[in-house]
Design a protein around this ligand. Structure first.
Ligand SMILES: [Zn+2]
Ligand SMILES: [Zn+2]
Length: 284
């Protein structure tokens, strides 16, 4: 533990409904000597994964709203919230991904900082099934029963659904009930992505919590605000053959959460010039 941490001994309010402190608290204690206190509110009113309530705004807006809500309810300088979204990888089609955001507010120093983490470590999946055998095949792929499922009569049915299904008996009952209500002889099944129902997601949140805690332990060289770190990259590393700027990263930009001070440095282990193989002129 680091007693010189800018947050040593302080309490950070985590607004959550799904017991995410299990994934977040260890990193904040070990790296920052700070305690996480859960503020349990019905964050489902801000949007649920299973679609009963549509999420308003993008994931960052949603995380910010949650974080501010927790700080309004609890009197503290520091707030934290998490938000996940799931879908195909931005560059690799059909590869499911979990994109997690952790949003931090420091009201004492007057800054906010959020980090995101895109991980392929997810069971995110959904489909129609027409038999128990088909459902069992899906459930194996979906890491059931350690990971829960959601079952319902159709993909859009918002009222009749079975959430948090995590035993074989409940899965069969949910299938039978949904089949009765189904109009096309098929039942919709999807992975339950709530953090407390999904250990893979909990793991990704834990990785992100470590990244954020480490980031908050680094101070700005100019104003000493916590959260100094990489804020941007600059492409355009010159080709060693012809000198033209390539698409490769030339430098990383480090910045402060509070003041405008920035530093530029070449990325670690990066050659000084680009290989002509990456050059659009030398290797068209
Ligand atoms: Zn600064
Ligand atoms: Zn070149």
């Amino acid at each position: 533990m680091d007693q010189n941490s800018p947050y040593a001994g302080s309490s950070i309010i985590l607004t959550t409904k799904h017991s995410k402190s299990i994934a977040i608290a260890p990193a904040f204690l070990n790296v920052l000597s700070a305690k996480i206190i859960e503020c349990v509110i019905d964050t489902d009113q801000l949007g649920t994964f299973s679609g009963e309530i549509e999420r308003a705004g993008n994931a960052v807006d949603c995380a910010k709203m949650k974080c501010e809500l927790g700080l309004r309810l609890q009197d503290s300088h520091y707030g934290l919230s998490s938000e996940g979204s799931f879908g195909p990888h931005p560059y690799i089609p059909f590869l499911p991904c979990d994109n997690e955001i952790l949003y931090f507010i420091d009201r004492k120093r007057g800054f906010t900082l959020y980090l995101s983490h895109l991980s392929e470590n997810t069971n995110y999946n959904m489909q129609f099934v027409s038999s128990m055998e088909e459902l069992q095949q899906f459930s194996e792929k979906a890491l059931f029963p350690s990971h829960a499922l959601i079952v319902r009569p159709t993909s859009k049915e918002k009222n009749q659904l079975f959430k948090g299904v995590n035993t074989a008996d409940r899965l069969e009952a949910a299938f039978r009930e949904s089949m009765k209500l189904s109009e096309n002889g098929k039942v919709w099944v999807e992975t339950d992505m709530r953090a407390d129902m999904n250990p893979s997601r909990m793991m990704v949140i834990q990785e992100l919590a470590e990244m954020l805690a480490k980031r908050l332990s680094v101070l700005c060289p100019l104003c000493q605000s916590p959260g100094w770190g990489k804020v941007d990259i600059e492409k355009g590393l010159e080709c060693s053959g012809c000198g033209i700027a390539t698409e490769l990263i030339k430098s990383e930009i480090y910045g402060c959460t509070k003041c405008d001070y920035k530093e530029e440095s070449p990325p670690a282990n990066r050659p000084l010039k680009a290989d002509p193989a990456n050059c659009s002129y030398c290797n068209p």
